[in-house]
Ligand binder design. Structure first.
Ligand SMILES: Cc1cc2nc3c(=O)[nH]c(=O)nc-3n(C[C@H](O)[C@H](O)[C@H](O)COP(=O)(O)OP(=O)(O)OC[C@H]3O[C@@H](n4cnc5c(N)ncnc54)[C@H](O)[C@@H]3O)c2cc1C
Length: 478
């Protein structure tokens, strides 16, 4: 068995692990990092994505800190018009490959083992050759697999499929042009999340009649209005306005559901069907243009999750639905990340292990980069953990307030620490830090928004704490 030595062993080479490695290289100029990943290329689940996948947040603050992603020019057409571009899946994969080839490997301080499974206890196995190696870890193991991202191409379906059923993943759709002799007469999209929305929009943009689409939506979802997630000085007041609206809503709402209703009325949160109460919130972000497209689908089936499909038929827990025999089912039921578990793996820093959990949900790459910054710049686990409370993921409007409160508490701790606040003022992964630094330099009147935000914290915090207590109870194992 070969023996390798390293300071940090990172399990995974997805976006989160790469953001951690990238910042650690800068902050600790002497450490050596080894990255192990089962995929053949860096970028994790983006390697398995359907071809028309795109980021739902602006590329401007996704990826790693050292490398810009996308340009500064807003889109001038399509449903994202007026907003910063969203990278396609291919662009995300290419970005991470460039990072590995142009920065991490040439640094001479990173060793990367693709197509390799980490087995635990410093042991790894080459997936293709089966050869095992041992790694001596001088400092820490970094777990970059917390999010357990699941995509249609790789997840395990939770419903049965009868023989002869036409079933595709979203990734199969662009290949339909090669099947003109057996094109489906109807399309059934299974799932209510962002992947399903992408698939519906793809079909509509490909010219499919909206009435030739049936959409199985077990739960409707609240969606973040992308207008309020744009980086840079032009959108700064909108971002702060959204934060203030959330705090004001928390101050008066009796439940998370009510908080979202208030935010929905203000246009900060969007829903596809105004007549249906959304029971899901997974941080999916959308434009009003995309919402208009999605509203064209009138055949919406709301009988819960499908348990079986067969040609012309879908079975639900309490009923059946028919669809045309020629229908193509499109599986969009992968859960992306296990939002419903409210799972936390204990503290971020635990002795010789770091678990890369969100510190400002949903900014997962900022959270990982900041974790690396804390690792390199602060001495002991207690100090680091006091600056890094993991923010739980949310599944419903009622579990959301706990993540929001954790974000605000973490941000407060970071703002009071001069080292961290100076770092945040320089990083591209934080949608506001750099902008605030720039506006301060310019003495911009836009900074008045921050005073209103402070007032909103004072007004909203008691309500948010009350909602967070209820969210914590909902997060307890059922
Ligand atoms: C369609 C889609 C769109 C998204 N859009 C956005 C967005 O716009 N903005 C945003 O912030 N987030 C978005 N996300 C969330 C996304 O999950 C994160 O941004 C990020 O890509 C997750 O990266 P990760 O490194 O945690 O996980 P992964 O990409 O899953 O990487 C983990 C890696 O660990 C490897 N691994 C696991 N176990 C082992 C082992 N034992 N040995 C070796 N390797 C192992 C896996 O092979 C994998 O490559 C999106 C997710 C999906 C599915």
């Amino acid at each position: 068995m070969t023996e390798i030595e390293t300071d940090y062993l990172i399990i995974g080479a997805g976006a989160v692990s790469l953001a951690f490695a990238d910042t650690l290289l800068d902050e600790d100029p002497h450490c050596h990092i080894t990255m192990v990943d089962m995929h053949a290329k860096p970028g994790g689940h983006w390697n398995d994505a359907y071809s028309f996948v795109a980021l739902h947040q602006p590329s401007a603050f996704y990826g790693v800190n050292s490398m810009e992603f996308g340009d500064d020019v807003v889109d001038d057409h399509g449903p994202n018009k007026g907003m910063f571009p969203l990278a396609s899946g291919a662009e995300v994969s290419a970005y991470f490959e460039q990072l590995m080839k142009r920065r991490l490997l040439p640094s001479g301080r990173v060793t990367y083992f693709p197509l390799t499974e980490y087995l635990g206890d410093g042991c790894m196995k080459s997936i293709l050759s089966g050869k095992k190696s041992k790694i001596k870890i001088r400092r820490k193991t970094v777990d970059g697999t917390f999010y357990k991202t699941s995509v249609p191409a790789t997840h395990k379906r939770q419903y049965s499929v009868a023989e002869g059923t036409r079933l595709a993943t979203p990734g199969d759709l662009p290949g339909l042009w090669m099947q003109t002799d057996r094109l489906p007469g109807h399309y059934v999209v299974l799932g209510a999340g962002k992947t399903a929305m992408d698939a519906v929009i793809w079909l509509l943009e490909a010219g499919i009649d909206p009435d030739a689409i049936t959409w199985v939506r077990p739960r409707d979802s609240w969606l973040i209005n992308r207008t309020y997630t744009q980086p840079g000085p032009d959108f700064f007041e909108d971002i702060v306005d959204n934060q203030i609206a959330q705090l004001k809503a928390a101050a008066i709402a009796a439940t998370g559901d009510e908080m979202f209703e208030i935010l929905g009325r203000g246009g900060y949160m969007l829903r596809i069907d105004p007549a249906v109460k959304p029971e899901m919130f997974h941080y999916a972000t959308i434009s009003e243009g995309e919402i208009e497209l999605l509203r064209k689908i009138r055949n919406v089936v709301r009988h819960g999750r499908v348990s079986a499909i067969a040609p012309g038929k879908m079975t639900f827990p309490t009923c059946e639905e028919t669809v045309p025999d020629s229908a193509l089912f499109i599986d969009c039921t992968a859960s992306a990340v296990p939002f419903d578990e409210g799972r936390q793996h204990g503290p971020q820093f635990r002795g010789d292990t770091i678990t890369l959990q969100p510190l400002h949900v949903p900014l997962v790459t900022l959270s990982a980069a900041l974790t690396a910054f804390l690792e390199a710049n602060f001495d002991d686990d207690d100090t680091k953990n006091a600056l890094a409370t993991p923010s739980p993921l949310t599944d419903t409007p009622n579990t959301y307030p706990l993540g929001l409160l954790t974000n605000i508490m973490n941000r407060g701790a970071w703002a009071q620490n001069p080292k961290i606040s100076a770092w945040l003022a320089s990083v591209r992964l934080d949608p506001t830090g750099k902008t605030i630094a720039r506006l301060s330099q310019e003495g911009s009147p836009k900074l008045a928004a921050l005073g209103k935000f402070q007032a909103a914290i004072a007004e909203g915090l008691p309500g948010l704490q009350r909602l967070a207590v209820a969210a914590r109870a909902a997060h307890q194992p059922r």
